[in-house]
Design a protein around this ligand. Structure first.
Ligand SMILES: Nc1nc2c(ncn2[C@@H]2O[C@H](COP(=O)(O)OP(=O)(O)OP(=O)(O)O)[C@@H](O)[C@H]2O)c(=O)[nH]1
Ligand SMILES: [Mg+2]
Length: 434
């Protein structure tokens, strides 16, 4: 198959000291050489030369680059004009503008990366915190792919055990070795369950740990969000019921991203819109890992009228500046007016994160991608059907159908099985030049 030659600027949009244009495809070298002031490029060596009359550049030729195809990277001065003119010259000469994610898609199609690794490239590019970076790197470099490979091998072992059985089915033998089948199933099941369980942490690290701020109206929820962000993000007023909709903002501390969700105050109200808001508050709590339950320290304690089952709850007493004698009495006191207690609150949030969300049974390997999570759930369902089939004495060929189903879903993670829809969805999210 011949690969047409694609080109894009791979550095961020805008003006910079330098910009890098990437050219990939079968004709990448001849196309580039027509514009460079040298007659050849040594492989993997930086060559200082001129690009037409446009700019002094540094060109590097990779016979098999990131995409697995001949690739040229040209570093030019990062002016808007130089970038555009350089691109245009290469396009006029037969290269085509790359689509979003097309370099990485080619790397996948040419077998340089599996699909989960290609997705990790996107995560790596997007990573902001050390935790996100660690997740992406571990998914990119092996550990994760290795784990999936082992699962796949175990599934294949199961299949061949079953097929052995199929071969003998005319002779009406029982499953050759049911205990072995069951053992393998149990091992697979526990590994998949551990991975599925790790998604809570993986997803929290990747997307930010959801922290809901709840409490009665006027206790200072929106003020707390603003104080944490150091920004006037949410409307604050002394009118109870100010916040109607949930407001979400991300803040990073202790190497972890937290998604703070300010919610509508909880109270009995006949106002329709306020009711809708409180519905959203409940939903925010149900999806949160950590809940900050706020109470105005000058008011009597109000029992939370919301289901906090299974959540890490931090009781926070607000408006500490209004206390004449700020006696902590073991309570977590904060004031958004003076900033009192905010650092302590952050520390407590980190503690709760490590105690309740940050523990993980599947070792270093975390599931952080929602697509993989759904696929693994399907694998798990198919394996349940296999188990039931075996227990129920179903013929081996019917059990094999469920087993193939499990293999299919596992294959969608790494890309042994793909559809254009899946690929379009994944690579469409990249930006151009990646
Ligand atoms: N003295 C003092 N007042 C505060 C503090 N935090 C908030 N307030 C005041 O309390 C009132 C309510 O604050 P909000 O942040 O809007 O309260 P809320 O919990 O978001 O209220 P709803 O959105 O109505 O549920 C405002 O008048 C704030 O100025 C504080 O730390 N000290
Ligand atoms: Mg509010």
């Amino acid at each position: 198959m011949k690969h047409d030659t694609i080109v894009a600027i791979s550095t961020p949009r805008g003006v910079g000291g330098i910009a890098v244009a990437r050219l990939s495809g079968d004709d990448a070298l001849p196309v580039a050489l027509r514009h460079l002031s040298v007659s050849s490029l040594e492989s993997r060596r930086a060559t200082y030369c001129r690009f037409d009359e446009l700019d002094d550049v540094v060109a590097v030729y990779y016979p098999k680059g990131y995409t697995g195809e001949p690739t040229i990277e040209i570093s030019c001065h990062g002016s808007y004009y130089v970038q555009q003119a350089l691109l245009q010259s290469l396009i006029d000469d037969g290269a085509r503008m790359a689509e979003a994610g097309e370099f990485t898609q080619r790397a996948f199609l040419n077998g340089r990366l599996d699909l989960s690794q290609a997705e990790a490239v996107a995560d790596l590019i997007d990573s902001v915190t050390p935790a996100q970076h660690r997740l992406a790197v571990s998914q990119l470099r092996g550990g994760y792919a290795q784990k999936l490979k082992i699962l796949r091998q175990q599934l294949l072992d199961l299949t061949s055990l079953l097929e052995l059985e199929l071969d003998f089915s005319q002779e009406d033998v029982e499953f050759a070795d049911r205990t072995q089948l069951r053992q393998l199933l149990a091992i697979l099941d526990s590994q998949i369950t551990a991975l599925l369980d790790s998604f809570r942490l993986g997803n929290a690290l990747r997307r930010g740990v959801p922290v809901a701020i709840v409490g009665q109206p006027n206790v200072g929820k929106s003020s707390l969000l603003n104080a944490l962000l150091d920004d006037d993000r949410a409307i604050v007023s002394d009118i109870p019921g100010t916040t109607r909709d949930t407001i979400e903002e991300t803040l990073t501390f202790g190497g972890i991203s937290f998604r703070f969700i300010d919610t509508a105050g909880l109270r009995h109200s006949t106002d329709h819109v306020e009711h809708l808001g409180m519905e959203r508050s409940r939903k925010a709590v149900s999806q949160a890992d950590i809940v900050l339950y706020l109470n105005d320290v000058t008011k009597p304690w109000a029992e939370p009228e919301i289901d906090l089952e299974g959540k890490a709850v931090i009781m926070v007493y607000t408006k500490a500046d209004l206390l004449e004698n700020p006696d902590r009495d073991g309570r977590l006191l904060v004031s958004t007016k003076t900033g009192f207690g905010l650092n302590e609150l952050k520390k407590e949030i980190l503690n709760q994160f490590h105690a309740h969300v940050g523990n993980n049974s599947s070792g270093d390997i975390l599931l952080s991608n929602a697509r993989h999570y759904e696929a693994l759930k399907s694998v798990s369902r198919a394996l349940d059907a296999v188990e039931q089939g075996i227990e129920g004495g179903l013929p081996a060929d019917l059990v094999a159908v469920d087993l193939r189903d499990a293999l299919y879903h596992l294959g969608t993670i790494t890309g042994e099985v793909t559809s254009d829809d899946i690929l379009g969805n994944i690579f469409g999210r990249f930006c151009i030049g990646k």
